[in-house]
Design a protein around this ligand. Structure first.
Ligand SMILES: [Zn+2]
Length: 330
C-alpha cells in the first residue's frame, strides 16, 4: 500500500460521479433466457477523457480500452496515457511524491471503469449491448482483452472453430512449412464474409436445403462488426496482442527448448536454475514475467558461454529478439 493512497482516493471519490448514468437492458443468461440488468456507464466518454487529461496533466492522449469479465462483472475499462509518439520532445519525468503520482497511467491502479454490468455471460449479444451503451465509437482507441473476448468482439466463432484466430485467417490445421501466409483480418473483410454467410443461410432456408452453409467456408465470420470504423482497419491494429502475453509465450517456448537441449548435461542444465530462472508449475506451465525478463537479460551470455557446446546455439539470438521492456527504452 502506498503512503497517502487512501487519503488521495477518499478525496477523489465522487469526482467523476456526474459522468455516470444507469440504464436497464436485456442480456442473455447462461441458460439462454433473457434477463434484465442495470448497467452503470459513462454517458459522455469524450467529456470524461477531457476531465482525466486535465486532472492528470496529459496533453496528447492515447486511449486504451479493455473489456473483461473478471470478478463476476462484465466491464469496459479505460486507460488514458500520454501519447509519447506525438510529442516533439520526450515528456519530463514526474517527480515521484505520494499516492497517485507513483502509479503509471497505463497501470491497473489508473484504470477507469466506463461501463459495468454484474453476473452476465460474455457472448456477442451481451458484449454488443455494453459496447453500444458505453458510446465508444465517439473516441479513438485501441483495445485490449483476453483472446476469448477478442473473438466475440471481432465477430468470429469460438476458438474450437476452423479459423480460430482473431488477427488472421489461419486455419487450425495450418502447416508451419506452408508458403502461403494467412491473410490478416480487416473489419471490411469480416463484414463482407458475414454478409455472404448470412446470404447463403437465407438461400439455403428458402430452398429447404438439408445441409446448412458452413461458417468455416466464410472464415468463421458470422456476425457483423459493431464498431463503425474504417473497412481497411486491421484487427491487429484495433486490438493488438498483449505485449506481456507475447513475451511470456515465446520465452516459455524457448526456455523449454533450451532445457530439453541441455538436459543431459547436469552442470549446465543447473545453470539456469542457479540463476533463479525457474519455471512455475501453474497457468499451463508458463513462466512469470519477472522470470522471463531474468532469462532474457542473460540471452547474450547464454549464447556466448553455453550454447556453443550444444546444437541449440540459435536459441541465444532468438531470445535476444523477444520484445521486453529494457530500462530506458519505451
Ligand atoms: Zn493469426
Amino acid at each position: 500500500m502506498q503512503i497517502g493512497l487512501q487519503n488521495a482516493l477518499s478525496e477523489k471519490k465522487y469526482q467523476l460521479e456526474n459522468f455516470f448514468q444507469l440504464r436497464t437492458l436485456n442480456f442473455i443468461e447462461r441458460k439462454g433466457t433473457y434477463v434484465q440488468w442495470t448497467v452503470v456507464y459513462v454517458s459522455d466518454l469524450s467529456n470524461v477523457i477531457n476531465e482525466i487529461k486535465h486532472q492528470c496533466h496529459i496533453t496528447h492522449a492515447r486511449n486504451h480500452l479493455g473489456l473483461d469479465d473478471k470478478g463476476g462483472f462484465l466491464k469496459f475499462c479505460l486507460n488514458v496515457t500520454m501519447d509519447c509518439d506525438s510529442l516533439e520532445q520526450p515528456p519530463v519525468k514526474k517527480k515521484v511524491t505520494i499516492g497517485r503520482e507513483r502509479f503509471k497511467d497505463s497501470g491497473v491502479k489508473k484504470v477507469f471503469v466506463i461501463g459495468i454490468v454484474p453476473d452476465i455471460k460474455e457472448n456477442y449479444h451481451n458484449v454488443s449491448q455494453l459496447i453500444l451503451v458505453a458510446g465508444i465509437s465517439s473516441i479513438q482507441f485501441s483495445l485490449g482483452m483476453d483472446i476469448k473476448i477478442a473473438n466475440i468482439i471481432c465477430w468470429l466463432m469460438a476458438h474450437s472453430s476452423k479459423h480460430p484466430c482473431c488477427w488472421c485467417e489461419v486455419s487450425n490445421d495450418y502447416d508451419i512449412n506452408e508458403t502461403v501466409i494467412p491473410r490478416r483480418r480487416t473489419l471490411g473483410r469480416i463484414c463482407e464474409l458475414t454478409t455472404a454467410y448470412k446470404r447463403d443461410v437465407q438461400a439455403a432456408a428458402a430452398a429447404a436445403q438439408k445441409m446448412s452453409p458452413m461458417p468455416q467456408d466464410k472464415m468463421n465470420c458470422i456476425n457483423m462488426p459493431l464498431f463503425n470504423l474504417a473497412d481497411d482497419l486491421e484487427v491487429m491494429d484495433l486490438a493488438p496482442p498483449k505485449e506481456l502475453h507475447l513475451m511470456l509465450c515465446v520465452t516459455t517456448k524457448l526456455y523449454d527448448a533450451l532445457s530439453d537441449g541441455m538436459k543431459d548435461d547436469g552442470d549446465d542444465s543447473k545453470r539456469i536454475e542457479s540463476e533463479h530462472i525457474i519455471k512455475k508449475g501453474y497457468r499451463g506451465g508458463s513462466m512469470e514475467g519477472s522470470k522471463c525478463t531474468a532469462l532474457l537479460k542473460k540471452a547474450m551470455d547464454l549464447e556466448k558461454e553455453l550454447l556453443d557446446k550444444y546444437k541449440i546455439r540459435h536459441y541465444g539470438p532468438a531470445l535476444q529478439y523477444v520484445p521486453w521492456k529494457k530500462k530506458g527504452h519505451r
